[in-house]
Design a protein around this ligand. Structure first.
Ligand SMILES: Nc1ncnc2c1ncn2[C@@H]1O[C@H](COP(=O)(O)OP(=O)(O)OP(=O)(O)O)[C@@H](O)[C@H]1O
Length: 285
């Protein structure tokens, strides 16, 4: 059961960019419960989740289908409201913020990478990368932008439109777009889900580099043990609870852990930390 901070200690002192000098925790959930519907159709998607996301680290969220991964990510990112509990991003409690404040916080502090690349087809790669800042009326930090473009290996593709780029290159543009505004934290929802394994590996390598070389904090939902193997830490969800975690994961170890969800495990009726087979055993109340 994961209720404590990530077991990594403080981020490296050499981290540059967004991590500089701030707290070791980029985001946290405290006793977060999220229920959809009411009465007989009520579904508890998250059940009293406590978690700290370490700054300057790469965290993967895994678990069986319906275990609450997307819900946790959406709640952490302020894209969905919680039923009870608190979410904090960069020291600001976002639960309870008004819509306008939340929109501003998301714009200023959070980057997103989705499974569909969500690039504008009429803009070239560079214009797509700077679009969120253009909309916000912020001038890009040119030195940072150059570093980001270099890190994701796009320097010779900046004038290309999305249709002139491979899927992997398009997702690298989306990664650069998320990094460009120096967000407090980047959330990725199956960022390699639409890519072949080679392009996926490229994107994961760049996500890894953005953590190691730029000090970025990344949280990624994935079904893929290979993708999770790029992370520093994997959180395993089942039945709306964090039931396990793994530091310095290998894809084999993650796969082995995931297979145990499919195998006959003791169904959870009891306290947090019990292992369950996932969606089929979801409680309704
Ligand atoms: N908008 C919604 N309305 C009602 N129930 C929902 C809604 N969104 C999610 N749920 C339910 O909440 C539970 C958790 O869903 P969630 O999408 O977070 O799981 P997941 O682990 O991301 O699943 P998957 O791996 O299949 O994407 C599921 O039982 C799902 O049916």
């Amino acid at each position: 059961m994961t209720t404590a901070a990530a077991p990594f200690g403080s981020p490296a002192a050499t981290l540059a960019g967004p991590a500089g000098g701030a707290s070791a925790i980029a985001a946290s959930a405290r006793q977060v419960t999220k229920a959809y519907g009411s009465g007989e159709t009520r579904v508890t998607a998250l059940d009293q989740v406590d978690v700290d996301i370490a700054r300057g680290r790469f965290t993967a969220i895994m678990g069986p289908s319906g275990s609450g991964k997307s819900t946790l990510m959406h709640c952490l990112a302020g894209l969905d409201s919680v039923t009870s509990g608190q979410i904090t991003i960069g020291g600001t409690e976002i639960t309870g913020l008004k819509d306008k404040q939340l929109t501003k916080l998301r714009r200023d502090k959070i980057g997103f990478i989705f499974q569909a690349f969500n690039l504008l087809p009429t803009l070239n790669a560079l214009e797509n990368i700077t679009l969120p800042m253009d909309i916000a009326g912020r001038r890009p930090d040119q030195a940072w932008l150059d570093q980001v473009v270099e890190t994701v290996g796009l320097a010779d593709r900046l004038k290309h439109r999305p249709t002139q780029l491979s899927g992997g290159q398009q997702q690298r543009v989306a990664v650069a777009r998320a990094l460009a505004a120096k967000p407090e934290i980047i959330f990725g929802d199956e960022p390699t889900g639409n890519l072949d394994s080679r392009s996926g590996a490229e994107v994961l390598t760049f996500l890894r580099r953005s953590v190691d070389e730029l000090g970025q904090t990344i949280v990624m939902v994935t079904h893929d043990p290979v993708a999770a193997g790029y992370a520093d830490r994997v959180l395993f969800l089942a039945d709306g609870r964090i039931v396990d975690e793994m530091a310095n994961p290998t894809s084999d170890a993650v796969l082995e852990r995931m297979l145990r969800f499919s195998a006959a495990e003791t169904p959870a009726a009891g306290p947090a930390g019990s292992l369950t087979p996932g969606a089929d055993s979801r409680r309704t109340s």
